[in-house]
Design a protein around this ligand. Structure first.
Ligand SMILES: *Cc1c(COP(=O)(O)O)cnc(C)c1O
Length: 352
């Protein structure tokens, strides 16, 4: 018997979540599959989302893998290119590039042998991560429209607060203002904006997290949004300890039993991607809710079995996914579902 941890990737959940996105908008869908499909596995995610109109990711090698696997949709490089040497390859594989800086336009100029490229010009509407600030957009647009290496231009931006109270009003107004003179396609919405702000849908929406079945909003569950978790991380109890009052648990003795109780030791630790910092994180043991206790170690963590007298060695423990929203686990670790999904490590066997 192998170590009992596994991550089940539910391909039908991905398909179904894509349908949720489709029903929410008439825009084309650019499925965001960066970071190895948010930790779910690049090619299996790409296949499960084959009904999408495009894929967005970062790594040119990953983009080439998709083309070589036969995917014909638009493939968008979210950070564009990093040097002029990449341009011929980008043209050869018909990849679409975000252009976010004057340095990239200079690289376009420098490359003599590139074919025609489709580009997405990125506008910085306040996030101050990538993109041209509004006063620079007209010049960048002019340069790209005149450029012999450029075929089609889309205007895009990205919201910093679409999931927050602040919302999108300010950046949306800035974007619409700079985009008004141009008859080009537009792309603005991440999952949160797609679900909450139809006025941001434009021509291409760019959902990520919702496709994997997690909610982009702190106060709304994935279930309420009709989303199904695509990743379920589970393992089993491999040992049981009967504690007496005063007994301590784990590194740093962070938990001390106030009375006699039973705890289970689960084969899942931070080397599997479970956050070490999570405390009193919710888990399911044989389908019943319980909590972790003590400090997560490299390969194991502890769960409270006080209220679960039937639990035994071999009991199944769901760390997140089906029946255990990943957002709740993330909250106890002071982070978001995205980080937990991406942090799943290579040693965890994947089951489809
Ligand atoms: C990651 C990303 C998205 C998707 O965001 P979600 O919150 O996962 O929906 C969309 N656009 C850009 C530019 C991104 O970097």
């Amino acid at each position: 018997m192998a170590r009992p941890i596994q991550a089940h990737i539910d391909l039908s959940a991905l398909e179904s979540n894509l349908q949720v996105a489709r029903r929410a908008t008439s825009a084309r869908i650019m499925s965001v599959i960066k970071a190895d499909g948010y930790g779910h596995g690049l090619l299996r995610v790409t296949e499960a989302l084959a009904a999408t109109d495009g894929y967005a990711l970062l790594d040119i090698q990953d983009a080439i893998r998709l083309r070589e696997a036969g995917f014909r949709q638009t493939i968008l490089l979210l950070e564009g290119f990093f040097s002029a040497e990449e341009l011929p390859v980008i043209a050869e594989y018909d990849l679409t590039c975000v252009i976010h800086s004057a340095a990239q336009i200079a690289m376009l100029d420098a490359c003599q042998k590139n074919g025609k490229l489709d580009v997405w010009l990125k506008v910085n509407t306040g996030m101050n991560r990538l993109g041209f600030v509004p006063p620079q957009v007209a010049q960048a647009m002019d340069q790209l429209r005149r450029h012999r290496a450029v075929r089609d231009i889309t205007l895009m931006t990205h919201f910093a607060n679409a999931d927050q109270e602040r919302g999108i009003a300010e950046p949306l107004a800035l974007f619409n203002d700079v985009a008004t003179p141009y008859r080009v396609a537009r792309s603005l919405a991440n999952s949160a904006a797609l679900l909450r702000y139809p006025e941001t849908h434009g021509d291409w929406a760019r959902p990520g997290i919702m496709l994997y079945g997690a909610s982009p909003f702190a106060g709304v569950s994935a279930q309420q949004l009709g989303l199904k978790p695509a990743m379920t991380l589970s393992s089993r109890i491999i040992a049981i300890q009967e504690l007496r009052a005063g007994d301590e648990v784990g590194y740093g003795a962070l938990f001390r039993a106030g009375h006699a109780m039973r705890i289970g030791v689960v084969a899942c630790g931070y080397a599997d991607g479970y956050p070490r910092i999570a405390m009193n994180a919710p888990v399911l043991v044989d389908g019943q809710r319980s909590r972790t206790l003590g400090r997560v170690s490299m390969d194991m963590l502890y769960v409270d079995l006080s209220a679960l007298p039937q639990a035994e060695v071999g009991s199944r423990v769901v760390l997140w996914g089906e029946g255990m929203p990943i957002e709740e686990v993330a909250r106890t670790a002071g982070t978001i579902s995205y980080e937990l999904m991406c942090a799943l490590t290579a040693r965890v066997p994947i089951k489809l």
